[in-house]
Design a protein. Structure first.
Length: 253
């Protein structure tokens, strides 16, 4: 199965947008259009278990991304990853060396990170709601937890729809179709030798600042920028400002 995706622009440089774990490719509406207009060939996809990509077999998300780029004839790409999508981007860079030109990581997760008590408590509350078949409650919990104070009503409603769709797909999937675990060591991460932008939000849980700090200590070319206005999803909270930051990074990489 080829991941559901959209392509815009005809630039020679490919930019691949990887969504967060509470979203799907719709989260990138603003960036998708703007980056194409800026001269890039822009691809946004739904990872397996999100949006229009069902969970139809066991899988490795990073390998699905490689297969999508192969399908599109793109040997290399700049990857822009939000949260979970950032972790997938890092895994792709490790598992498919030489295919990444740069990484823009927006409040990214990372392989090997140990969750904080605050994050473990959130996942515990989410699991309790899901086990009680309270899907609306689990969706609302995610919307309230992940979006920062600058998120408007439209952004909150979009995340609500995207998260509900993700639950629908993932809860219907057989357990044996779960993603295969990917082992990535600190040494693997340190070997990623492309320019990296790590954006974090002052209103986000501390885990993602810890991830950015860890990456800055491991990778050879990292710029860590803390956004004083952002929660966990800056691409939805201030789309235009986030787009400018990402575009400026891509232009300089």
């Amino acid at each position: 199965m080829t991941l559901a995706h959209d392509v815009a622009g005809d630039g020679r440089s490919t930019v691949l947008l990887l969504h967060s774990g509470v979203c799907d490719r719709r989260m990138w509406d603003a960036q998708f259009t703007a980056l194409a207009a800026a001269g890039y060939r822009v691809v946004r996809c739904d990872l397996r278990g999100f949006g229009d990509s069902p969970v139809d077999r066991p899988h490795v998300h990073a390998d699905d991304v490689a297969a999508l780029l192969d399908h599109l004839g793109a040997e290399r790409a700049a990857l822009v990853g939000s949260s979970f999508g950032g972790e997938v981007a890092l895994e792709f860079a490790v598992r498919h060396p030489g295919r990444t030109t740069s990484l823009a990581l927006l409040c990214a997760a990372a392989p090997g990170h140990e969750a904080s008590p605050e994050l473990r408590d959130f996942f515990g509350r989410e699991n309790t709601l899901l086990e009680a078949d309270d899907l609306p409650g689990a969706v609302d919990l995610n919307v309230d937890f992940w979006l920062g104070p600058d998120a408007g009503a439209d952004a909150r409603e979009l995340v609500r729809r995207m998260q509900a769709r993700a639950f629908e797909l993932q809860l219907a999937a057989p357990e044996e179709f779960a993603p295969w675990p990917v082992e990535v060591t600190d040494a693997d991460l340190a070997a990623i030798d492309v320019p990296v932008l790590a954006l974090t939000g002052a209103h986000d849980v501390p885990d993602f600042r810890a991830v950015a700090t860890r990456l800055a200590g491991l990778l050879p070319d990292v710029r860590h920028l803390e956004l004083d206005w952002a929660g966990h999803l800056p691409a939805l909270e201030r789309p235009a400002e986030t787009t400018r930051l990402v575009e400026d990074f891509l232009n300089r990489s």
